[in-house]
Design a protein around this ligand. Structure first.
Ligand code: 5GP
Length: 143
């Protein structure tokens, strides 16, 4: 299958964007929605999802790519302020062989602590109250 084209609007992020599936939201505007990853690799792992229906970065319009990375930077700063990690990973996967599992463009923001190893990608659902509390702290740190 080609890396581009064939957007399927039944993917879970499309459902979250349409309000058909739940999400613990941190932030939303006309370009993106940001929410907690329910299978976090690290506490505070969150996702920035452009509203534009694109499978991946190769499909995304330059305008949305540019606007989305500004939201990623803003959220990364808020995560840093709120959770005080030692490092922050920002990732984005294109195609299943690259690790993509949800085929709607998204960016991961993953806090890292020097003494904590990273969980496996998409492994183990987090406690909802913990995710809500992290989202609240990150939201409060948004500037
Ligand atoms: P990908 O592997 O496509 O880059 O990342 C997809 C991410 O979405 C994974 O980190 C996975 O944990 C997360 N994820 C999968 N399903 C859901 C869901 O229903 N809600 C939320 N909030 N995250 C999800």
């Amino acid at each position: 299958m080609s890396l581009t084209g064939d957007y399927d609007d039944q993917n879970v992020f499309a459902k979250i964007l349409r309000g058909e599936a739940p999400a613990i939201k941190i932030f939303e505007d006309d370009v993106v929605i940001a929410f907690m990853d329910i299978f976090p690799q690290s506490p505070g792992h969150c996702l920035v999802v452009p509203r534009e229906p694109a499978r991946n970065l190769l499909d995304l319009s330059p305008e949305t790519a540019s606007a989305a990375i500004q939201r990623v930077q803003r959220l990364a700063r808020a995560v840093e302020t709120a959770l005080q990690p030692d490092g922050l990973v920002v990732t984005q996967f294109n195609g299943a062989p690259a690790g993509q599992t949800v085929f709607h463009i998204h960016f991961h923001i993953i806090p890292r602590w020097a003494d904590k190893s990273l969980g496996r990608h998409g492994d183990g659902q987090a406690d909802t109250d913990e995710l809500k509390s992290q989202a609240e702290r990150i939201r409060a740190a948004l500037i």
